[in-house]
Design a protein around this ligand. Sequence first.
Ligand SMILES: Cc1cc2nc3c(=O)[nH]c(=O)nc-3n(C[C@H](O)[C@H](O)[C@H](O)COP(=O)(O)OP(=O)(O)OC[C@H]3O[C@@H](n4cnc5c(N)ncnc54)[C@H](O)[C@@H]3O)c2cc1C
Length: 486
Amino acid sequence: MTQPTIFWFRQDLRLADHPALTAAVATGNPLLACYVLDDVTPGEWAMGGASRWWLHHSLAWLQGEIEAIGGRLVLLKGAAAVEIPALAEAVDASAVYCSRQVEDWAVRQEEETGDLLAAQEVAFERIEGALLFSPEELRTGAGEPFKVFTPFWRRALTSPAPPTPLQRPRNITFHKGGPKGLKLDALALTPGKPDWAAHWGDYWQPGSEGARKSLRKFLDKALDDYDESRNHPARQATSRLSPHLHFGEVSPRQVWYAVHAHCNKHDADPHQRDKFLSELGWREFSHHLLWHNPGMATEPFNTRFEQFPWLGQPEHLERWQRGMTGYPIVDAGMRELWHTGYMHNRVRMVVASFLTKHLLLPWQAGERWFWDTLVDADLANNACGWQWVAGCGADAAPYFRIFNPTLQGKRFDADGAYVKRWVPELAELPAKYLHEPAKAPKDVLEEAGVTLGETYPHPIVEHAAAREAALAAYASLKEDQGARAN
Ligand SMILES: Cc1cc2nc3c(=O)[nH]c(=O)nc-3n(C[C@H](O)[C@H](O)[C@H](O)COP(=O)(O)OP(=O)(O)OC[C@H]3O[C@@H](n4cnc5c(N)ncnc54)[C@H](O)[C@@H]3O)c2cc1C
């Protein structure tokens, strides 16, 4: 009997533009497709609750797609470096193929799996497919990895264009034998009771079909005004592709070429196109940074920040998580996150700045909350996002750039539509006071049914004082550094 080739799905839950899958099919051997839920190897970065919900539905979609073409997806659970070699032995596989990832734990997982397969004389191929450009190839003139976004992206754009997307492999022959594997429900990925994700199907369609629809909708309805509208959280102005890209249901190359094709066909404004592609550029930059700096998920990229005095009160963390800070734009964001598994990028920046600067709590605490609650939780993008806002990342916002949450609300949610939606207890307030209810006269509050301290909290900290405290903390860091340097 012909030996099968195992295809190990990871964060690449699609069939089209899939270089590793295409290469596995090209071996000509019958294919055995599998997915391993590995909560062991990632350690503290095992998938959070929201990502698990997504994964469940994405795997269900992929299973359906594979079954429709005569195959099946074997589901396994355990350390991949144990499960994959065991599967290879059980089916007498000649080779295992998978896509590469950039996370430190995933690289270790690949290496350990590869070592064991080598001992079994099974070939192991890891192939890139999650990024537009290879982290090993994009370097500065001096041969160093980039640390600043603008030259990074300039270099990327003057490099050879990413290869055009591959077709979905045709006529795949599947291996008929092999273990049955687990049922999807046995992976226990969805919440029990209470089911906090019961209505998430209203917001999301995990799987490659959902990704295709989101991309189409974005191109048809939002790309034209992306640069301006992308900052307004109440508008449906961004692609919402982040969870699809994270789980690899769509490849960045598919997005890249779809955007170009759309713009060429409709003679669209190249500025909007380039702005959107530069956001994909930030995704690339974050992934390249994590690849070159594996400790970045927990350690500040700028080591001066190792000594930062995080003086905040730990109990404030829960108020922030629950959206009860008394700053409406912050609370709206935190509640959007809890209710939908997503938060708009502008608001992510505001809530992250608020946690690290107004509340002086460590960015890692916010990063962990996002890790558990975001459907697009992604080690590279999340760590970079948090470090960027906290001022300690590569090419980060300067520390003294402290968002004023009230002004951010007034500027990017001028009519208060976003706050009204997620903080409904303030919905009757006139727009003038929506972003600062504490400034509303008594009769206005009464008429809107708002009792501060009862129906909605007083501000947890006072903006000007919090800002001064944050700047003082930063100054102490600088002095401390100076003292140590002397
Ligand atoms: C504190 C903080 C934490 C974040 N955590 C994550 C995370 O865990 N996962 C995640 O995917 N993104 C994260 N981001 C980046 C960004 O907020 C989301 O990618 C974006 O909001 C997703 O919405 P969208 O798909 O509609 O974006 P669009 O505006 O449509 O952008 C298209 C794609 O570009 C990428 N992208 C956009 N902005 C960024 C960015 N700033 N950094 C890296 N990639 C970007 C995403 O893949 C996104 O899907 C974080 C940002 C901050 C400030």
